[in-house]
Design a protein around this ligand. Structure first.
Ligand SMILES: O=C(O)C(=O)Cc1ccccc1
Length: 306
């Protein structure tokens, strides 16, 4: 299936109409109404109209085509690692990171409400549950403990709508509690995430960087990708530049480019912004040892680091 569940369509249509009134003031997110990304959009940009998009690529395309002024995308989770493959998507999209947002995440297990004199769904009666792979990963121990088979769906709220459409009381969804209300499901158990401090970091994207509007007196982050030259110790030398200039790197991830497995690209976050002499020197050294260096964005910290 390459489209939203039918049950979600009336709400989506309403949200699309609202976003169309002023596209520059719309913020695209991936998933059906009620998804975590929807809540992140409402909290991070309360004055903007959230625009639901089926996949991450559709959310980025909405910004590129001018249907939305910004997009909000989950990139990493405190307990389950990478979320969207933003490493691939973002450099290709040509968009810039203009902000970040941290959202505490809670999941509920829900299932179709009983018809007439049917029994209410219980932990024992649910055999399988649909959700976004991240939500399933964040509830792994809970699912195992209750012998519930995890089934992938493109987003958590869409999973809830899908389960409501299936109407099978043995098949549940792991989704934010609000989805139960939106799609008419029963909450079997709330807070099924394995870690109470489950947190997801989102990035906010736009077609123009906000580098010049970042207040230099406020703590900022800079995100960039680089591909080191294929010589021994190139990464060591790049990191040396950040070390000697006292620039704090808070994230470094590697990923393969193409099928040769010899070209490794890195995705990094540092504290600070270009224009600061220490950051400029470290980035210059990084560029010297790299085939490619691209800044994806400089933005104010949503949360103090270090
Ligand atoms: O499917 C959703 O609800 C999303 O927004 C993606 C997601 C899933 C789990 C945690 C954070 C974000």
């Amino acid at each position: 299936m390459m489209d939203f569940p039918e049950l979600a369509l009336p709400i989506i249509e309403e949200m699309r109409e609202a976003a169309k009134l002023n596209p520059a003031n719309a913020i695209a997110f991936q998933g059906s109404p009620g998804a975590n990304s929807h809540r992140a959009a409402l909290e991070a940009r309360p004055d903007m109209a959230p625009l639901p998009c089926y996949g991450f690529v559709n959310a980025l395309d909405a910004v590129k085509s001018g249907e939305a002024g910004q997009a909000i995308i989950p990139i990493e989770n405190s307990h389950n690692g990478r979320v969207a493959d933003i490493h691939f998507l973002l450099p290709e999209s040509g968009l810039s990171i203009v902000g970040e947002y941290f959202l505490p995440i809670h999941h509920a297990l829900m299932a179709p409400a009983p018809q007439k004199d049917e029994a209410r769904p219980t932990l024992k009666s649910i055999k399988a549950a649909y959700s976004h792979p991240q939500a399933l990963g964040q509830s792994r121990a809970f699912l195992r403990e209750h012998d519930i088979v995890p089934l992938n769906f493109i987003d958590t709220a869409g999973a809830a709508a899908h389960v409501a459409e299936l109407g099978d009381p043995t098949i549940g969804a792991i989704s934010p509690a609000i989805s139960a209300q939106l799609y008419g499901l029963d909450i079997v158990q709330d807070h099924v995430e394995d870690a109470a401090d489950n947190m997801t970091r989102f990035v906010i994207l736009a077609d123009k960087p906000t580098f010049l509007s970042v207040d230099p007196s406020k703590p900022a982050m800079t995100t960039f990708i680089f591909e080191v030259k294929n010589i021994p110790a190139a990464l060591y030398k790049v990191l040396g530049g950040f070390a000697t200039n006292g620039v704090n790197m808070t994230k470094l991830e590697s990923y393969q480019v193409g099928a040769s497995f010899s070209a490794t690209r890195f995705y990094a976050d540092i504290i600070g912004l270009p224009g600061d002499p220490a950051v400029d020197r470290a980035l210059e050294e990084c560029a010297f040892h790299s085939k490619e260096l691209r800044i994806l964005g400089t933005y104010e910290q949503a949360r103090k680091r270090g």
